[in-house]
Write a protein that binds this ligand. Structure first.
Ligand code: SAM
Length: 261
């Protein structure tokens, strides 16, 4: 058995449902049970599901500093992983809690913290939970200001410019991954931004932050992004605009995986 997952490599032929390609084409969102697509800017449950399968073991602790609707925590609980979610907006955290407890498991902890992930005292929180480290961190930040999540000045989607956004994201990488066990993994899920006729490659900027902090780059995965709330039923107009101008219609997001040395 691996040190960081429950995959029995002797039985590798039986794991047909685990993605090993760098291109993730996912036709349909998993909307089962507590999962739902109600939260604008959430990710599909298959993303944490695949990452937790590959990079965590049963009983491990997973940290998500951009919890939103709690997709990671719901999936972690189902997979017998403990989890900690941090969310800036209290009402969003309350709604996530309401969903998570509908699938509550006795022996699994799903801890929710309302606060700013740059400054939450995780040392204290981990002590309170009786643990020293977490075994996986998944970061799904706002894609800068593409979707505005709140009026709160601490919300990364209200960053005034790209440097502010990257500084805040960098602070969250530091405040969370210092509690990640050495030799374990973390992942960022992010898309790029197109405005004023140019691309801001948020994915690459964020990847660089991790690399400058000496994380080992393990994977750059591309996930398709077929139906978004903003683009649904508007394929023709987007195609027309792309052909009439000099851009391509975004159909992908990045899932970038790193290992802590
Ligand atoms: C892209 S969404 C995450 C969605 C989540 N993966 C899901 O499936 O619902 C980003 C979330 O980060 C929250 N957020 C923004 N700035 C934050 C900060 N400084 N600390 C904690 N949460 C923050 C936003 O309120 C939003 O809910």
């Amino acid at each position: 058995m691996s040190r960081y997952n429950d995959i029995d490599i002797q039985r590798w032929r039986e794991y047909g449902d685990i993605y090993t390609d760098s291109l993730w084409i996912i036709e349909k969102r998993d909307n089962s049970g507590a999962h739902s697509g109600h939260y604008h800017g959430n990710f599909i449950p298959q993303i944490p599901h695949q990452l937790l399968t590959r990079y965590t073991k049963s009983g491990d602790w997973v940290l998500d500093p951009f919890m939103g609707s709690g997709t990671t925590l719901i999936e972690a609980q189902r997979m017998n992983r403990n989890s900690i979610g941090i969310e800036l907006q209290r009402d969003v955290a309350v709604e996530a809690y309401r969903r998570i407890i509908t699938e509550k498991k006795e022996n699994i902890t799903s801890k929710i913290i309302v606060g700013d992930s740059r400054s939450v005292d995780l040392e204290k929180e981990l002590q309170g939970l009786g643990i020293k480290k977490v075994q996986f961190v998944i970061l799904h930040p706002p894609y800068w200001d593409i979707v505005k999540f709140s009026e709160d000045a601490n919300d990364l989607s209200n960053s005034k410019n790209l440097n502010d956004f990257l500084d805040s994201f960098s602070a969250i990488i530091d405040n969370t991954t210092k509690h990640l066990e050495k030799g374990r993994y973390c992942a960022v899920v992010i898309g790029d931004k197109y405005s004023n006729s140019q691309i801001t490659p948020l994915g690459f900027y964020c990847m660089n932050l991790f690399m400058r902090k000496n994380f080992i780059l393990k994977a750059i995965l591309i996930k398709n992004f077929e139906e978004t709330k903003g683009k649904s039923n508007k394929h023709a107009i987007w195609r027309y605009r792309a052909l009439n101008s000099d851009f391509y219609v975004f159909k992908h997001e990045y899932i970038i995986v790193f290992k802590k040395q």
